[in-house]
Design a protein around this ligand. Structure first.
Ligand SMILES: [Zn+2]
Length: 245
């Protein structure tokens, strides 16, 4: 662990009029994601040198861009977006972890999922204070590429821990163009905790003990990531040049 306090942005997917996916027994994704997010914050705040910041702490709508902005405002070291998956076939099951892809999704289903999650709104992106548009583009690309590398490492740690408590939907980290993962300088992952459309996984997602298990697995993955990749101070160049829209 680092000497300074790590700030982890916890993003409970959906909220308000955007209820996300709906379970077989009418569980709303937005409620499950908030319950797991709150538990995760509690566990983080009990961890030395770590603090969880909830992007959403109630049943209200926040745009995807607004979520990214809030993480930037609190100068988050990581961004963790929590979701529950859904599919038309009720037997689909298991956990997945995603990082941003710059080039397109790793699979058709990853692309489909990203499109579905992005429907909440369209992101405005990040404005650069740099006047030269080519320099600005280059700085942003360099930062984004480095950040995706870190996001992939983080996602691997979290996926490994999820595998201890649930079936994995895919054995490796997936990548797709999730708008909420587009901070160019904050490693960001999106966790599809389980399938809310699978009746047995829906039951577990509603279970307080299982929600805590899930939160503990995510936290273990984050700790594993920081143990291998000590948090360095963020590159000043990027930090100073980027401002949120
Ligand atoms: Zn979702």
């Amino acid at each position: 662990m680092s000497a300074r306090t790590l700030i982890i942005a916890i993003d409970a997917g959906h909220g308000g009029e955007d209820s996300g996916a709906k379970g077989y027994n009418d569980t709303y994704e937005k409620n499950v994601t908030l319950a797991i997010a709150r538990k995760l914050k509690e566990l983080m705040d009990e961890t030395p040198d770590m603090r969880g910041v909830l992007i959403r702490d109630g049943d209200y709508f926040i745009s995807l861009n607004g979520r990214v902005q809030k993480a930037r405002q609190v100068r988050a070291d990581l961004f963790i977006s929590i979701h529950a998956d859904a599919f038309i076939k009720p037997h689909a099951r298991g956990s997945s972890v995603f990082a941003l892809s710059e080039r397109g999704a790793t699979s058709a289903s990853a692309r489909w999922l990203a499109k579905k999650e992005n429907e909440a709104d369209l992101i405005g992106g990040v404005n650069l204070a740099v006047k030269d548009p080519y320099l600005a583009r280059t700085l942003l690309d360099l930062s984004q590429t480095a950040t995706i590398n870190d996001s992939m490492k983080l996602a691997k740690h979290v996926l490994g821990e999820m595998g201890n408590i649930n079936t994995l939907h895919g054995s490796s980290v997936q990548q797709a163009g999730f708008a909420v993962l587009k901070s160019p300088d904050i490693p960001s992952i999106l966790i599809e905790t389980a399938f809310i459309s699978n009746p047995s996984e829906e039951l577990r997602l509603n279970d307080k003990d299982y929600q805590e298990k899930m939160a503990r697995a995510i936290l273990s993955g984050i700790k594993g990531y920081f143990a291998k990749n000590p948090a360095l101070s963020k590159p000043l160049l990027v930090q100073n040049k980027l401002t949120s829209t």
